[in-house]
Design a protein around this ligand. Structure first.
Ligand code: OKP
Ligand code: ZN
Length: 351
């Protein structure tokens, strides 16, 4: 399996996120990916490729131009407001979204206003290295997709920050560029007529869903904690089935948080895989969050490390050219074992 590593990921290191009225340490840390890298190396999965700069043309297939320009300049704009800002991360404090009656069709010149326009939570710190880290992660996903799309076998995008909450023109949920969506567009470029996304992160992949919501050539399927109580709250319900030509091409499988362990989770996976088979996908992108693990500090499912071997094997059963991205997973020490199990299960290296 090709592994493309974003060796610039350390440049993105959020200090704090807003939580219940105060700043707490961010859980989306560089050591998450270091644990993944160490465990893959320990199992002999070496020979990684390093990510390269993505072509702007492909970024623009998924993301809004003004949003990309905003991300490219956000740090310098932030520091230009006040040189003292360089000592802390960028976090928004005003949002136009929701029932406020505030306009969403304007992009004000004011930086704080633009920040709010392009961001949907106060938990996604942005700093000097964010754009480079996110960009190289996108480059990693695109390189993986070219490999998979050219029929050379499966691939894993070893990167952070994650991507599945990032929309066409918004960041949030620790995500800036939607790596899974960029992989989909690259697979389509390589000739795949129909691509499926299977999002197994604990949190609903609202960005990926929204990017492809009106498309019939991309099926998006997500298994996640019920958004009535779980992040991202405003997306991920079972009645979100697509729009226009995309009607019937989005499937959400929310599960009750708390008690959900492998047996119940696996039933949802089987439904997801059946939908992907009916769709007739030519390629599969697995948005691989490991925060379904029982020890995850911000999620509430109860999967065990061994379960990821079975999940990988079940995904392999779809028989499709497959690309894995890395999304969440915040139990830092086990994330490497869980991710490596997923890949080993997929390649039947479990024994
Ligand atoms: C990103 B991904 C914890 C608050 C959690 C956002 C969760 C983002 C999850 N203090 N806020 O899908 O793993
Ligand atoms: Zn998650």
């Amino acid at each position: 399996m090709l592994i493309v590593h974003n060796d610039r990921h350390h440049l993105h290191r959020g200090r704090f996120e807003m939580y219940r009225g105060h700043l707490v340490e961010s859980v989306e840390t560089p050591d998450r990916l270091d644990h993944v890298a160490a465990e893959l190396a320990r199992r002999g999965r070496t020979g990684w490729h390093n990510a390269e700069e993505p072509e702007r043309r492909i970024l623009e297939r998924v993301h809004d131009r003004a949003y990309l320009d905003f991300l490219a300049h956000a740090w310098e704009d932030w520091v230009a407001l006040d040189p003292a800002n360089a000592a802390h991360d960028v976090l928004p404090s005003i949002w136009p979204a929701g029932a406020s009656g505030l306009r969403q069709d304007v992009v004000p010149a004011n930086f704080a206003a633009r920040l709010g326009r392009y961001c949907f939570d106060a938990g996604t710190p942005l700093m000097a290295g964010t754009w480079e880290a996110a960009r190289l992660g996108a480059g990693a996903a695109i390189a993986c997709a070219r490999h998979v799309g050219q029929g050379k076998g499966a691939a894993f995008t070893m990167t952070r920050p994650p991507g599945h909450h990032a929309g066409r023109a918004c960041f949030g949920g620790y995500c800036f560029l939607n790596n899974a969506a960029l992989a989909v567009e690259t697979l389509i470029d390589c000739g795949a007529a129909r691509v499926a996304v299977l999002d197994i992160d604990y949190h609903h992949g609202n960005g990926t869903q929204d990017i492809f919501y009106d498309r019939a050539d991309v099926l998006t399927v997500s298994i996640h904690g019920d958004p009535a109580s779980e992040y991202p709250f405003y997306s991920g319900y079972g009645d979100e089935t697509g729009r226009g030509a995309g009607e019937g091409f989005n499937l959400n499988l929310p599960l009750p948080p708390g008690a959900t362990a492998y047996a119940e989770w696996r039933q949802a996976l089987d439904r997801a895989l059946a939908a992907i088979a009916r769709f007739g996908a030519n390629a599969l992108v697995v948005a691989s969050g490991l925060d379904t693990f029982k020890g995850d500090p911000i999620a509430r499912f109860a999967l065990e490390s061994e379960d990821y071997l079975k999940i990988g094997a079940a995904i392999a059963g779809a028989g499709l050219p497959t690309l894995f991205t890395l999304e969440g997973g915040y139990a830092v020490a086990p994330i490497g074992v869980n991710l490596a199990n997923l890949l080993d299960g997929f390649e039947d290296l479990a024994g």
